[in-house]
Design a protein around this ligand. Structure first.
Ligand code: DAT
Ligand code: MG
Length: 140
């Protein structure tokens, strides 16, 4: 399996509850390296652009509102098979379906306020990393 990079976001429900360190420990314990990280506040328009792929879904407005409701920590994770590995560490979208020990099983509040985002494929990972970071900010 090749070394990959993936875009991760610690969402407002988690930053609000001071969970950044606990979530980062899950990534590092799984062998993922945090090679870039910053805490930012998105506007609803910026959140809407990031989640444009979901624009037709019924929860889109609620999702954009939520992502702009407080600070987020955007980060790039690097490691062997990082895209799939991060999805495993995150757990299923709905915390009720997430495996024990995953971030969403332990920390998520609901299917909407589910603590973390992770890219789902190499193409989206590259696009999503470029949305938040310049090449100069990625120190592997
Ligand atoms: P994931 O974040 O696991 O990749 P997704 O890409 O299908 O899941 O959806 C993006 C986000 O949209 C998800 O993290 C939370 C929100 N969302 C998804 N399904 C939802 C639903 N049924 N109700 C409310 N929010 C939802
Ligand atoms: Mg997704």
């Amino acid at each position: 399996m090749a070394i990959e990079r993936t875009l991760s976001i610690i969402k407002p429900d988690a930053t609000k509850r001071n969970l950044t360190g606990k979530i980062n420990a899950k990534f590092e314990d799984a062998g993922l390296r945090i090679i870039a990280q910053k805490r930012i506040q998105l506007t609803k328009d910026q959140a809407g652009k990031f989640y444009e792929v979901h624009a037709a879904r019924p929860f889109y407005d609620e999702l954009c509102e939520f992502m702009a409701s407080g600070p987020v920590v955007v980060q790039v994770l690097e490691g062997e098979g990082a895209i799939g590995k991060n999805r495993e560490v995150m757990g299923a979208t709905n915390p009720a379906d997430a495996a024990a020990g995953t971030i969403r099983a332990e920390f998520a509040e609901s299917v909407g306020e589910n603590s973390v985002h992770g890219s789902d494929a190499p193409e989206t990972a590259a696009e999503e990393i470029a949305f938040y970071f310049s090449g100069l900010e990625l120190v592997g």
